[in-house]
Design a protein around this ligand. Sequence first.
Ligand code: MAN
Ligand code: CA
Length: 134
Amino acid sequence: DGGSFKSSWYYLSTEKKSWTESRQDCLGRGAHLVIINSKEEQEFIYEWSGCLDTYLGFHDTNTEGVWEWINDGALDQSSAPVTTYWRDGEPNDAHTGEDCAHLSKKVSDPLKSWNDVPCTTNIHWMCEKTTSTL
Ligand code: MAN
Ligand code: CA
């Protein structure tokens, strides 16, 4: 919801890491990999990430094809039906398997900008800390 978007703090990494290392980095900051709860938050994140591809807290590592948000103690962890913003043709679980989602900047539509990659791929990431529940 828009409330949690407006009360969140974000961190954009300068380094590139695997998804698991990125997730761990966020936990070390008292935060979590970004969770997108609204269209407004998706649009904001898309702009704010600039030209960088960044990991999201979204994965299907537990069951192939069943995408879920991480539960790392986020106040804005949502049990609501998930709205996704995949690039056309994604997620495609290409190559030897792709279970981690990232924001892809090789597109022009902010609302069609997610792609799945192997979780071992080193890219940037974005952490989020929800500062109040509103
Ligand atoms: C292309 C597409 C994507 C895939 C990446 C992996 O962009 O095939 O689906 O995730 O390559 O690098
Ligand atoms: Ca893919």
